[in-house]
Design a protein around this ligand. Structure first.
Ligand code: GDP
Ligand code: MG
Length: 441
């Protein structure tokens, strides 16, 4: 597996400076194989690897990760980004009904998806209507009626006995029916063929023009592999689509089709289907798909753990410094930044019982104050941060001017820092914390 192969590349180097060419190349080679094994199309792999290499070259060497881990981390981030970053929601029409048209090859999972979408939309408080425009296969209408019934959603279909109806007319009448019965979303199921063909594409275009859909969802089987690129391109050029749905992710496909379709068409993936039952369906999660394509959920977990462990190591080192009264303003700034990464302080405070009412005031005050503290420390030289004792009157004036605050603000910060440091050392001594009591008095 990729994890095994990568382990051989993972020399436990913790360096400084930049990632070496050799590190990047070795890891990129393994990633390339992984992507190809996941059935990502070759041109997409090439473009992607080039992008990753470019970014890896500029990256500082992480102290928490070895070079291979770091490249993997970059790959993962890029992959999540390309797959859509955040999940894109359905476009709902300002004037209902919202019309969603499904397009794709036969067997892709359109009719099943129609039922899944209907059920999901109902769960979101919508009142969907399904419209049966696949009049190609004898069973197609019945199949939609069955999933509609399971989803508890009505189905508009041509009356039986009228011979083979005209799908465009059914589509049009379906929209009228939705207006009349006040359905706010319409899902239009269409016919597919085993391969891309003119007639099918023309029918899809005619239906599209008749119903003016707010979304055309291209439904594609994740198992289709390399072929995904050709099929997606044909549908993009033939009908055009606004979003993608991947199906059959419960199979053993690694999901390379997702990356290929996304890269080649530039359209986002909205939903993922992973089974035959109506509830086997979810909005698409780029991060899950990325680790599936890389096939390295475990490596990614290791990377996360390594980073956390490193944070813990640093925190431990800081605690020792605190206890021994050797804390510097640099440490202080780092701790503050780490804390702020967790979100506005007010959110943390807001979780305390009784703090709810004060929350807004807290947010204003503390965020502003923290910004100022941060600006002041940033305005200091490394030497000043390391040993705040050297910060004399002229230095205070320079820092205040440089960070846009008053000298009294700088005084305040420095004085309080010394007080806090002393107090921490005393407390650590009393409670037997690491480094406690050994410090300068
Ligand atoms: P359509 O021709 O595009 O309408 O495709 P269908 O909805 O009829 O699906 C074709 C076959 O794939 C059916 O047997 C479905 O039960 C099956 N199917 C659809 N979606 C999924 C899925 O996400 N996972 C699995 N395992 N099977 C699926
Ligand atoms: Mg169908």
């Amino acid at each position: 597996t990729l994890s095994d192969r990568l382990t051989s590349v993972l020399q436990n180097l913790r360096g400084k400076g930049r990632l070496s060419e050799a590190d990047i190349d070795a890891t990129a080679r393994e990633i390339r194989v992984a992507l190809l094994e996941a059935d990502v199309a070759l041109p997409v792999v090439r473009a992607f690897i080039a992008k990753v290499k470019e970014r890896a070259k500029g990256a500082e060497v992480s102290q928490a990760l070895n070079p291979a881990q770091q490249v993997v981390k970059i790959v993962n981030e890029e992959l999540v980004g390309i797959l859509g970053g955040e999940t894109r929601r359905l476009n709902l029409a300002k004037n209902p009904p919202t019309v969603i048209m499904l397009a794709g090859l036969q067997g892709a999972g359109k009719t099943t998806l129609a039922g899944k979408l209907a059920r999901w939309l109902r769960g979101q408080g919508h009142t969907p209507l399904l419209v049966a425009c696949d009049l190609q296969r004898p069973n197609a209408v019945t199949q939609l009626q069955v999933v509609g019934e399971r989803a508890g959603v009505p189905v508009f279909a041509p009356e039986p006995g009228n011979g083979v109806g005209d799908p465009v007319s059914v589509a049009r009448r379906g929209i009228d029916e939705a207006r009349r019965a006040q359905h706010d979303v319409v899902v239009v199921d269409t016919a597919g063929r085993l391969g891309v063909d003119e007639e099918m594409m023309q029918q899809a275009v005619d239906i599209r023009d008749a119903v003016q859909p707010d979304e055309v969802l291209f439904v594609v089987d994740a198992m289709i592999g390399q072929d995904a690129v050709n099929t997606a391109t044909a549908f993009r050029d033939g009908v055009g689509f606004t979003g993608v749905v991947l199906t059959k992710l419960d199979g053993d496909a690694r999901g390379g089709a997702a990356l290929s379709v996304r890269e080649v068409t530039g359209q986002p993936i909205l939903f993922a289907s992973n089974g035959e039952k109506l509830e086997d369906f979810d909005v698409f999660h780029p991060d899950r798909m990325a680790s599936r394509i890389l096939g390295m959920g475990d490596v990614l977990t290791l990377i996360e753990q390594a980073e956390q462990a490193f944070d813990a190591e640093q925190a431990e080192a800081t605690a020792v410094k605190m206890g021994s009264g050797q804390l510097t303003l640099e440490d202080f700034l780092e701790q503050m930044l780490a804390l702020r990464k967790m979100g506005p302080i007010a959110n943390l405070l807001g979780m305390l019982p009784g703090a709810g009412q004060m929350k807004d005031q807290l947010a204003m005050l503390d965020e502003k104050h923290l910004d100022r503290v941060q600006a002041i420390i940033r305005g200091m030289t490394p030497a000043e941060r390391e040993d705040p004792k050297i910060i004399n009157a002229s230095r205070r004036l320079r820092i205040a001017n440089g960070s846009g605050v008053r000298v009294s603000d700088v005084n305040d910060l420095v004085n309080r820092f010394f007080e806090a440091r002393k107090m921490m050392s005393q407390m650590a001594g009393r409670f037997g914390l690491p480094g406690g009591g050994k410090g300068k008095k």
